[in-house]
Design a protein around this ligand. Sequence first.
Ligand SMILES: Nc1ncnc2c1ncn2[C@@H]1O[C@H](COP(=O)(O)OP(=O)(O)OP(=O)(O)O)[C@@H](O)[C@H]1O
Ligand SMILES: [Mg+2]
Length: 291
Amino acid sequence: MAAADPVDALFPEVGGEWDLSRLYADLEAAGGKPLKPTEKACLRGLLSRYRPGQIAYLLSWTSGSLRVELNKGLYRSIETLAGQPGNTLRWEKVGNWLEAKGYRRTRAELKPSPAIDWGEAPSIGAFGGRNQEREQLAQWLSDPTCRMVALWGQGGIGKTALAVQLVESHGDRFRGVTWRSLRHVQTVPQLFRELAGESVDPLAWLRAQRRLLVLDDFETVVQDGELAGVYRQGLEGYGTLLTRVAQERHHSCLLVIGREQPKEVAIEAGEGQAVRSWRLGGSMPTARAPC
Ligand SMILES: Nc1ncnc2c1ncn2[C@@H]1O[C@H](COP(=O)(O)OP(=O)(O)OP(=O)(O)O)[C@@H](O)[C@H]1O
Ligand SMILES: [Mg+2]
């Protein structure tokens, strides 16, 4: 059986903010032909403020061929619909022109902001410092081509606190945020059954919408001592999960937090890659006296 076209699953979150069905219908009328799935995906991406180069990457197209495709059809129909002169549209203007024509929902019509399922995440009091780390990690989380971020470092250094702060300030870049600690050990199928409410392929769950999945205390699933880097018996699925998240196409992001860098991250991470790694250093936060 043919799988559903993954192009249709790109940028679904735009539907909350924009009246897409009316917009598609009016653009088809303006262009005199149906919009292709790729054109609809590009339109949703542009309305989400993704650059054409980033959209091309997610579609596995070259930037050049995507530009040609957009200039042939979608851009011309948008100019017509917006009542603008031909050949004047640049990608940055798409949202403004269509908003001016009333396709963006008003505040009263907007759907609620993304749900954050905090799971076992602690609540953090006043957070201080870590400006460089916050800036870099926030930039990675905002990049739709970044599929996995590892945040690792010694116990008590402040990984969980930093990640909570990041989710609080940047969680709205995602359609949904889910935080789970692996301290209460469960296998990968058990974890995703709990998240999805039914047995589901983890990558299908990550593809369904742009999600941020935070897995804290990742060291729990890895053996320590001489067998460092080897997964505990029955939990080898976490290694496969990390490899698949790194290599397969989706536009969600997995934030893995733990005391060691997972070996799958060490293999895949790098500048400009879909996987990024940050070792949290610096001094331990000052212990606060109990009240
Ligand atoms: N930047 C910060 N500002 C204020 N408090 C912080 C900061 N970083 C950490 N803390 C506090 O320090 C304590 C330890 O931090 P945290 O639990 O985040 O460490 P961790 O690296 O996740 O440790 P572990 O590996 O044991 O999970 C917590 O009480 C946390 O709230
Ligand atoms: Mg922690």
